[in-house]
Design a protein around this ligand. Sequence first.
Ligand code: DX5
Ligand code: ZN
Length: 232
Amino acid sequence: MRITPSILNADFTRLGDEIARVPSADAIHIDVMDNHFVPNLTIGLPVVESVRAMTAQMLDIHLMIEDPDRWAPSYAEAGAESVTFHMEAARAPVRLARTLRAAGARAGAALNPATSASVLTSVLGEIDTVLVMSVEPGFGAQPFLDLVVPKIAEIRSMISAADLDVWVQMDGGISLETIERCVEAGADTFVAGSAVFRAQDPDQMVRQLRDTAQAASAGARTVSACACGRRG
Ligand code: DX5
Ligand code: ZN
């Protein structure tokens, strides 16, 4: 179970200090928005390059931009360990995933809440992460959309059926209240923005979210082992 805090709700004037507040994070999730793919504008490559220079933590870039085919490779070349593009925006997702991997990054494919899991069929073997949006992308602190939970299970089955090692990352409205249902459906990686950066102790919240996810995962394994035992 991995927790990747999003800095979208951090204080951008003190980005270095804010990142230093979450040493237990598995990665720092950076939301790049272009005001075209989503109705919001955040930060781009120069800021990511500065962040790269100040931390050794894994950088997880979430590109909510048009034309990721053109822009995404620069983030991998800048040293980000993971670069995620949206399937709704990519023109040639297989080629893009291969380019990102060749540049040394994990390749991620993101789906908006209304995008069906079936768009992943041809790219699943080319990527390292599926990011499932559980809010409409563009802003932090929106309520979790429960309608995406069945899609998590669908994606996890596709990954298992193909015997692949692909992370299933949830993004949007993740908190101590919503993380368990995502784990039970098959997610293993969690972006949390407002839940972490609005907490009094952000690092403690990271650890609490991970503990809650791990407990839910252990519980889910016990339930499925019991169900198998009953069938047998
Ligand atoms: C939203 C971004 C998220 C956002 C999550 O479009 O992709 O990463 O920061 O924020 P919370 O956890 O507050 O929903
Ligand atoms: Zn994000």
